[in-house]
Design a protein around this ligand. Structure first.
Ligand SMILES: [Zn+2]
Length: 276
């Protein structure tokens, strides 16, 4: 996936490919100026936005892979946030804590099951209760596996439901994390600072904040959801598990659709292929 960047010297738009590190060393195709674009965005956000763009463009199947990857990377983000948050309460230096964390993550990096185990413990220690959402049903695991591993062609409606499920879960966990995410953000800033320090003279560093589905939540600008009217849709004690589930799905859909309405258009500039 690529995105437009603006040359700080001549103003020409040069497209850059999203890098894993969020650091992009570029040379302007018109004036030859060298510049470095640092994107303040976490991996899970890039992936979720990619999925959203794919869904909006009608690539339902591709969207599923991006949403699934976004959830996995979010679990990693949570673990990193928690570990660095803990370290920030001690005398351990941030750089040291980050290095120890990266070394630890290497032991689990190649297996998502191991990462899930780390996340489960991090959640328990931080929140003090069981991560009850780590069930196949709540994670949409079955749907994800049918699409990704068995080649099932999902309907757009199914993918929207899955996207809403992943979005609502990440949104909830981000809300719980609150200021706890700051240390992980800081780790990215430190990596940027190291890169900038090593840049040769004459290279301009440009920081970018990209719009994204989670930005509003993370910076506290998302208006609160209007309270749903008390209606038949609200589960009562008598209602079956099915209607409680349907109610939860409707809530997830409403949250996702609202974020989509607010942010979806803004994502258009950041899709691949240059056909913005
Ligand atoms: Zn230029």
């Amino acid at each position: 996936m690529d995105f437009p960047t603006t040359c700080p010297t001549c103003g020409r738009e040069n497209r850059a490919e999203y890098a894993d590190s969020s650091v992009h060393d570029l040379t302007c195709v018109r004036c030859g100026a060298r510049y470095c674009v640092l994107v303040r965005k976490q991996k899970f956000e890039v992936l979720f936005d990619l999925g959203t763009r794919a869904l909006m463009d009608g690539y339902a199947r591709e969207a599923v892979a991006s949403f699934a990857a976004a959830l996995e990377r979010f679990f990693e983000f949570y673990v990193r946030s928690y570990a660095l948050e803990r370290a920030s309460d001690t005398a351990v230096d941030v750089e040291e804590a980050t290095a120890a964390l990266s070394g630890t993550w290497r032991h689990v990096a190649s297996q998502s099951e191991r990462q899930l185990g780390m996340f489960a413990l991090a959640y328990l220690l931080r929140q003090g209760h069981e991560p009850d959402f780590l069930t196949p049903a709540a994670l949409g695991t079955d749907f994800r596996n049918r699409v990704i591993h068995r080649g099932e062609l999902p309907t757009r409606t199914d993918v929207e439901a899955y996207a809403a499920q992943v979005f609502a879960l990440i949104d909830r966990l981000l809300t719980e994390l609150g200021g706890g995410a700051k240390q992980a953000e800081l780790a990215q800033e430190l990596a940027f600072a190291r890169h900038i320090a090593a840049l040769p003279d004459g290279v301009t560093a440009v920081f970018e904040e990209h719009p994204g589905m989670f930005r509003a939540r993370r910076f506290g600008t998302l208006a609160p959801m209007p309270k749903p009217a008390k209606s038949a849709a609200q589960p009562t004690l008598k209602s079956s598990m099915n209607s409680a589930r349907a109610y939860q799905q409707a809530q997830q859909q409403a949250l996702f659709q609202r974020a989509l309405a607010e942010r979806g258009e803004l994502l258009k500039g950041f899709k691949g292929g240059g056909a913005a």
